[in-house]
Design a protein. Structure first.
Length: 332
C-alpha cells in the first residue's frame, strides 16, 4: 500500500522530516534536561520566522481576491467558529472542575490552525491554495473570538488569568510583526531584487523552520507531558475524540455546501487541526498554579500529528465531492 497516496514526492519527504524532528525533540527533552530552558526560549523566534515565511507565501497584496469563493469561506467559518465551540463546550464538561486542564484545552481547541494544516491538507489531495488564502481570515477571527469563547465557556475569571501584556507581546511578535514584514517584503518585490531573493529563501526555509519549531516545542515540553501523563490522560482522550468528531462534522458541512473534492478535504483538515504552536506562548504565560496548561497544549499537538497521519490515509479514500452531492441533493 502506498503511503500518503495524494502526496507528491516532496510532500511525503516533508512529513517524514517533521516526524524526525518530533522524535528527536522528544528524546532530547527526556534525556538532556539542561537543554529544555534553551529550547523553550527558542520557541518564539522559530514561530515568528515560520509565520513570516507562511505569510510571505500568501498573496497579501491581493487579499480581497481570496474572499471570492464565498461557499468555501462560509463553510470554513461555520466549522471553526460555530461548530467547533459547540463541540469544545460539550467535551470540556468532563474537565470543567480542573482549571489547568480546562484553560489548556480551551486555548488550543478554539483556535484553528494556520500553518502546517496547509501541508497536511495537500498530502491528502486537499486544496492548500484556498487554505492559504483563508489564513488571514482565520487568524483575524481567532484573535477576536477565542477570548470571547473562553469567557463564555470558562467564566469571567478566565480573562483575569491571561496577562494582557503577554498576550499582546505574543500577538505582536508572532502575528502582527511577521504579517507586516511579509506584506512589506511583497511590496518591495515589485521594485527590488533583494526582496525577491528573500521570498525565494523563505520558500526553501519553510521545512527547516517547521522542523525547528516542532523540535523546540516537543523538546522543551515533552518531559512535562510524559511525567504528568496521568493528569493529562483525560485531556488526551478528549483530543482523540475531537479529531474523530470534527473530521466527520467538517466533512458533512463541506458536503452540505456542495464543495468540490479538493476544497472539501481542505475544510475537513481545517476543522481538525488546531493552532497549538501559536497559543503555546499564551499557555506558558499562565500563573504557576496553571502550569499544566502548557503540557495540555503540547499533548494536543502530539495527538493531532498522529491523527493527521491517519487522516491522510483515510480522507483520499472516503472524502469525495460525488458522494456529498448525491447524499445531500435534497437538503439544500
Amino acid at each position: 500500500m502506498r503511503i500518503w497516496p495524494g502526496a507528491s514526492w516532496m510532500q511525503r519527504h516533508q512529513i517524514v522530516l517533521y516526524l524526525i524532528a518530533i522524535v528527536f525533540g522528544a528524546v532530547l527533552g527526556l534525556q538532556v534536561s539542561s537543554v529544555r530552558p534553551s529550547l523553550e526560549a527558542s520557541i518564539n523566534p522559530f514561530l515568528g520566522l515560520l509565520l513570516y515565511a507562511t505569510f510571505l507565501s500568501l498573496p497579501l497584496t491581493k487579499l480581497l481576491e481570496s474572499f471570492r469563493d464565498l461557499r468555501f469561506m462560509v463553510a470554513l467559518g461555520l466549522v471553526n467558529f460555530v461548530l467547533v465551540p459547540v463541540v469544545v463546550f460539550i467535551l470540556t464538561r468532563f474537565i470543567a472542575d480542573d482549571q489547568a486542564l480546562l484553560y489548556g484545552v480551551l486555548l488550543v481547541l478554539l483556535a484553528p490552525c494556520i500553518d502546517y494544516v496547509i501541508v497536511f491538507a495537500g498530502l491528502a489531495g486537499g486544496d492548500s491554495t484556498r487554505l492559504l488564502a483563508a489564513t488571514p481570515l482565520l487568524l483575524l477571527l481567532q484573535v477576536l473570538l477565542v477570548p470571547a469563547y473562553m469567557f463564555l465557556i470558562a467564566g469571567p475569571e478566565t480573562l483575569a488569568l491571561i496577562d494582557p501584556e503577554t498576550f499582546l507581546r505574543a500577538l505582536l511578535g508572532l502575528i502582527v510583526v511577521p504579517f507586516i514584514a511579509a506584506f512589506l517584503t511583497q511590496v518591495l518585490m515589485k521594485r527590488f531584487t533583494f526582496a525577491v531573493r528573500i521570498s525565494s529563501w523563505a520558500d526553501y526555509l519553510m521545512v527547516p523552520l517547521m522542523m525547528g519549531t516542532l523540535l523546540t516545542v516537543v523538546g522543551s515540553q515533552f518531559y512535562a507531558v510524559a511525567s504528568q501523563f496521568q493528569n493529562l490522560a483525560t485531556a488526551i482522550a478528549l483530543f482523540v475524540v475531537f479529531v474523530a468528531v470534527m473530521a466527520a462534522i467538517s466533512t458533512a458541512v463541506g458536503k452540505l455546501f456542495h464543495l468540490e473534492t479538493a476544497p472539501l478535504r481542505a475544510v475537513t483538515f481545517s476543522g481538525v487541526t488546531r493552532n497549538s504552536l501559536v497559543v503555546l506562548p499564551l499557555a506558558l504565560a499562565l500563573p504557576p498554579e496553571l502550569s499544566l496548561a502548557s503540557a495540555v497544549v503540547v499533548s494536543q499537538t502530539l495527538v493531532e500529528l498522529v491523527g493527521m497521519l491517519v487522516l491522510i490515509q483515510l480522507v483520499p479514500r472516503f472524502v469525495t465531492a460525488k458522494s456529498g452531492i448525491n447524499d445531500h441533493k435534497g437538503l439544500i
